[in-house]
Design a protein around this ligand. Structure first.
Ligand code: NAP
Ligand code: G4F
Length: 337
């Protein structure tokens, strides 16, 4: 019998890559999908299996991280070997506009899930999607021993989730781990995060569909990696003998301006001719620099991300150009890369 996993946030960037990875490894994957008035399964449509399909390996369930009772019922029914908590209101800028909602889903949602595991009395391992955003104002390089100083409601909610995960490990002996992941991107990245906003705009400007791109702080430094490599780290964290917390990062810094220049150059464009500043995209309090020291994950888990920010910028522009070309020619746009 293969293992069973439950992924919250299966419709997101990471959830979709993780579902693919686990299915390849022979898992039966259960995905938690929140109700939406429009389809929200685009990232997993290519691996979707009809309920009528015998022996299907991907099963979707409607539930929400704000609904603790639904989580208990789901866990009692499924009794998964592993739970990956990737569901969240994950946008930092939006968390300033919706702080209570962010605290509820990104913070309390984790507690609800941990309590649901406890209440259902099942023996399962849980991965919590912690974030480098928790380090906030503490200068780089950041590792597992670096103090947290969050700078957004999102960062605060993630700190709450981080410590709740540690607490359930210490209090109840639960196999509960935090992956403290630095920014990771892909062609499936949400369109309003900075990398995808840039690569999507590059493709559209190149095609003559728009001329300007309004941006916020170009001086921010991030450590950008490639999402498919990072979901492999999530799985590795849960396969250890002893539960522990790990930073996952490339250790290579770049500014938003660097990424912008690399992406536009890859699309044959000069970014200075198209980019304008709009204070709307600034944050009330910014995280200036995140650069990870992932030596623990490298030494103990064998995680060594290979794709660096420049290559990432290029592959994302290339994917957005291909998707736009397909859309303009009337072909169905595939999202399976
Ligand atoms: P994402 O693309 O924004 O996906 C978030 C997922 O959470 C989506 O499936 C979303 O559903 C779901 N979700 C939102 N609200 C929910 C609710 N109330 N109940 C249940 N599910 C809900 O994020 P991602 O980039 O894949 O990141 C995955 C996780 O890692 C998140 O927790 C994020 O905070 C964390 N993280 C990400 C990064 C990064 O650089 N990507 C770095 C560190 C940590 P819809 O599809 O319906 O919106
Ligand atoms: O792409 P971003 O929105 O990502 P941010 O804030 O670093 O958060 C992401 O990474 C976290 C890990 O550290 C995750 F936990 C979180 O869920 C999310 O995935 O912004 C990156 C930087 C920021 O400094 C922002 O101020 O880009 C700057 N930026 C400049 N102009 C912009 C823009 N960000 C966005 N989204 N849009 C802009 O126009």
């Amino acid at each position: 019998m293969g293992k069973t996993a439950l992924i919250t946030g299966v419709t997101g960037q990471d959830g979709s890559y993780l579902a693919e990875l686990l299915m390849e490894k022979g898992y039966t994957v259960h995905g938690l999908v929140r109700r939406s008035s429009t389809f929200n399964t685009e990232r997993i449509d290519h691996i979707y299996q009809d309920p009528q399909e015998p022996g299907r390996k991907l099963v979707l369930h409607h539930a929400d991280l704000s609904d603790g009772v639904a989580l208990v019922n789901l866990l009692r029914e499924l009794r998964p070997d592993e739970v990956y908590n990737l569901g969240a209101q994950s946008h930092v800028r939006v968390s300033f506009d919706a702080p209570m909602y962010t605290a509820d889903v990104t913070g309390l949602g984790t507690l609800r899930l941990l309590e649901a595991i406890r209440a259902s009395g099942i023996d399962t391992r849980i991965y919590q999607a912690s974030s480098s955003e928790m380090f906030g104002a503490t200068p780089p390089p950041q590792n597992e021993k670096t103090p947290f100083h969050p700078r957004s409601p999102y960062g605060c909610a993630k700190v709450y989730s981080y410590w709740s995960t540690v607490n359930y490990r210490e209090a109840y002996g639960m196999f509960a781990v935090n992956g403290i992941l630095f920014n990771h991107e892909s062609p499936r990245r949400g369109e309003t995060f900075v990398t995808r906003k840039i690569t999507r705009a590059g493709a559209r400007i190149r095609a003559g569909l728009q001329d300007r791109l309004y941006m916020g702080n170009l001086d921010a430094v991030r450590d950008w990696g490639y999402a498919p490599e990072y979901v492999e780290s999530m799985w590795r964290l849960l396969q250890r003998d002893v539960p522990d917390d790990y930073v996952v990062a490339t250790g290579v810094p770049a500014t938003v301006r660097d990424f912008l220049q690399a992406a536009f150059t890859a699309g044959g464009l000069d970014w200075t001719e198209h980019v304008l500043f709009d204070p709307k995209y600034e944050r009330p309090s910014e995280v200036d620099a995140l650069v990870g020291d992932a030596s623990k994950a490298r030494d103990l888990l064998g995680c060594e991300p290979a794709v660096r920010w420049r290559e990432l910028a290029e592959l994302m522009v290339e994917a957005d150009i291909a998707a736009l070309d397909a859309e303009l020619s009337g072909a169905r746009v595939r999202i399976d890369r």
